[in-house]
Design a protein around this ligand. Structure first.
Ligand code: DP6
Length: 324
């Protein structure tokens, strides 16, 4: 008998070149390509079971039942899979995440990547990595980058068919780390989905998007050549450009706290003193400090000395989403 159940594990990722703004919000087709690194040690593990006895889809995250918009977003992904596989059954989705939400690492990327892979396998479909990446993208854009392993590029594509992520280098290619300086664990005021919709209201967004191919090329090359100097410059520029867009939209979004800026300034100063470290900030106040794994302990010690930094989370380079 077919069991219609599967469990998958996926890592979150940190974007080096950011996704900010959609040309199709429903399909999550972005206005620019993006590049990220998967985060080893942090993960979401999700089991999907399609069951004839269920009247509705059910979602349990870290032991708590979720209903409303969260469940609807998950059902949207399950529906695509049901249609493709010709399965009429509703599903039970059980999900566990091993890192604190609100700690500056988006759980939607690992969550929708694990969901997409588990749902496809539970339905008995043999989809390619790119097809699963496209499905994950529809749940959360950045989730498409958590399907392939290591250093990953999401090619914006011309439409749904060719907007997916591919690995540009495996985890073993470059021993980098992400030390996340948590400066606030409160829930952010404006989530990414709402933020993407505001991006076109900034007069700076068109310049950011027009320049994206150049930044992507520099970032891709820096990764392939393991050129930390060039990587530092481009990821800080890209993060600053995204925040400039956020700050100049209507309404304006200011994600930074005073301690965010303190960490950014400290990282620049450490680099002038010869430490290899670079910052990047997502849609929240916490600062991701990217460094070689050999500098991880030094960076962590320095970050803990900065007033306002409450916690430092650490991750190395993660592999692809996989069945568990
Ligand atoms: C700033 O993928 O979280 O982290 O598709 O609405 O779920 P949704 O948005 P999401 O946006 C990520 C924004 C970002 C940059 C990035 O990860 O590329």
């Amino acid at each position: 008998m077919t069991r219609y159940t599967a469990t998958a594990l996926a890592h979150p990722n940190i974007a080096f070149i950011k996704y900010w703004g959609n040309r199709d919000a429903a399909l999550r087709l972005p206005v620019n390509g993006s590049i990220s690194m998967n985060l080893e040690g942090l993960f979401t593990r999700t089991t999907v079971s399609f069951q004839p006895s269920l009247a509705f889809d059910e979602l349990v995250i870290n032991g708590r039942e979720v209903t409303g918009p969260g469940l609807e977003r998950v059902s949207g992904i399950l529906e695509v899979v049901r249609q493709a596989a010709g399965i009429p059954f509703r599903a039970e989705v059980l999900s566990e995440t091993n890192f604190p939400t609100g700690a500056g690492i988006a759980s939607s990327a690992s969550a929708f990547a694990a969901l997409a892979l588990a749902a496809v396998k539970a339905a008995g479909l043999s989809w390619s990595e790119s097809a699963i990446s496209r499905l994950a993208r529809r749940g959360s854009g950045s989730a498409c980058r958590s399907i392939p392993g290591g250093f990953v590029e999401w090619q914006m594509g011309a439409g749904d068919d060719d907007s997916f992520a591919v690995s540009i280098a495996p985890p073993s290619h470059w021993d980098l780390a992400d030390c996340v300086a948590v400066v606030s664990s409160g829930h952010k005021a404006t989530g990414s989905t709402e933020g993407h919709a505001l991006a076109p209201t900034s007069p700076l967004q068109s310049a950011r998007v027009a320049d994206a191919p150049r930044r992507l090329e520099i970032c891709r090359r820096a990764i392939l050549e393991r050129d930390f100097g060039s990587l530092s410059a481009i990821i800080e520029l890209d993060s600053d450009m995204m925040h400039a867009v956020m700050m100049t939209g209507q309404p304006a979004l200011f994600y930074w706290k005073p301690a965010t800026l303190a960490v950014m300034e400290a990282v620049r100063a450490w680099r002038r003193d010869g430490l290899q470290a670079a910052y990047t900030v997502d849609a929240g106040p916490n600062v991701h400090v990217i460094c070689p794994q050999s500098e991880m302990d030094a960076v962590t010690t320095l970050l803990r000395e900065i007033p306002g930094v409450t916690q430092v989370l650490r991750a190395t380079v993660g592999g692809p989403a996989r069945l568990f």
